[in-house]
Design a protein around this ligand. Structure first.
Ligand code: HH2
Length: 298
């Protein structure tokens, strides 16, 4: 298989000196950022149905902000393996009432987790600052919507769709292939006129990956850092943790999630999308202080 060449951009430093330009603000990456997950869905794999009512969603977002979340990621479509696509109008009915109040009532930037340009455009009109697109611009209108709003963009790696992706989890060298495919998505976003400093990249833990692929990716984040953009990771409560934790169900995987986040931080990730904000916040702050204390840290 011939892989497209990675774009010629400066490697991102895992540590200081970098900012992520989001809509209306520049987020410093000096300190690791925690993105709290707010799924307003009936069927998400670990919290489906818990925050579908607006008041419950607002309360959960407030809790996550109090616990140290820097961002809140709102989504109205589960993307767990096998999940069917949710029509934009259904996503909008779930997301907009929550997003409107979040933007007014919380001093934390909000991102919208969607593959649909229609949903992204409406969410941005209500004040969202970031589009988190797990399909890395599969909707041909998405790049224009992001660019015109001056929004930030998360480009995540996946193959196929959530319905088809697990059959596509075949790699000779997962880190090289994910880097090449994400590099292609990054080039597409840049060519569409989205500023590089608004874009972060995500290996897509659990998306068209086996458990072994997820571990290999988390162990080789430096190969994705070579693309020159900050890295976001989303290992939170995911299935690959289960066998490592004696088969614990998703809601009992917070400590395992902490382990994955700390390993990813030491590998160069700077943004962490998680359900369990308090323990991840504490762990990252301590791990970062230790990382910064290395005498050889450049
Ligand atoms: N994972 C999920 C959803 N969105 N976005 C990014 N950038 N990275 C991820 O790893 C990621 C994501 C899936 O997790 P979750 O939202 O908890 O579950 P569900 O898709 O079932 O709602």
């Amino acid at each position: 298989m011939t892989l497209p060449a990675a774009p010629a951009v400066r490697p991102a430093e895992p540590g200081g000196g970098r900012v992520w330009q989001i809509r209306g603000a520049a987020l410093s990456l000096e300190r690791p950022l925690v993105m709290g997950i707010l799924n307003v869905t009936p069927d998400s794999f670990s919290d489906g149905g818990r925050f579908a009512a607006v008041d419950a969603a607002l309360a959960q977002a407030g809790r996550m902000a109090d616990e140290g979340a820097d961002l809140i990621d709102v989504g109205g479509e589960s993307t767990r393996p096998g999940a069917p696509a949710v029509p934009p109008e259904v996503q909008l009915a779930r997301v907009l009432p929550v997003l409107r109040r979040l933007v007014r009532e919380l001093a934390v930037p909000v991102s919208v987790d969607t593959r649909s340009a229609v949903v992204a455009e409406a969410a941005l009109a209500e004040g969202a600052a970031i589009v988190n697109d797990v399909s890395a611009l599969s909707d041909p209108a998405m790049a224009r919507v992001v660019r015109e709003a001056g929004a930030a963009l998360v480009l995540m790696h996946m193959r196929g769709t959530p319905e088809t992706m697990q059959a596509l989890a075949r790699y000779d060298d997962v880190a090289a292939e994910v880097a090449a495919e994400l590099g292609g998505a990054l080039c597409g976003a840049l060519e569409a006129g989205i500023d590089a400093d608004r874009i972060v990249l995500d290996p897509g833990i659990g998306f068209a990956k086996t458990a072994e692929h997820n571990l290999q990716l988390l162990a080789q984040l430096d190969r994705l850092l070579a693309l020159g953009r900050p890295l976001l990771v989303g290992p939170s409560r995911k299935a690959f943790l289960g066998p490592l934790l004696g088969g614990r169900p998703p809601e009992q995987r917070a400590a395992g999630t902490v382990g994955a986040c700390v390993a990813a931080l030491l590998g160069g990730a700077r943004i962490f999308r998680v359900h369990d904000v308090a323990p991840v916040r504490q762990a990252l702050d301590v791990a970062e202080a230790i990382r910064r204390s290395r005498p050889d840290r450049s």
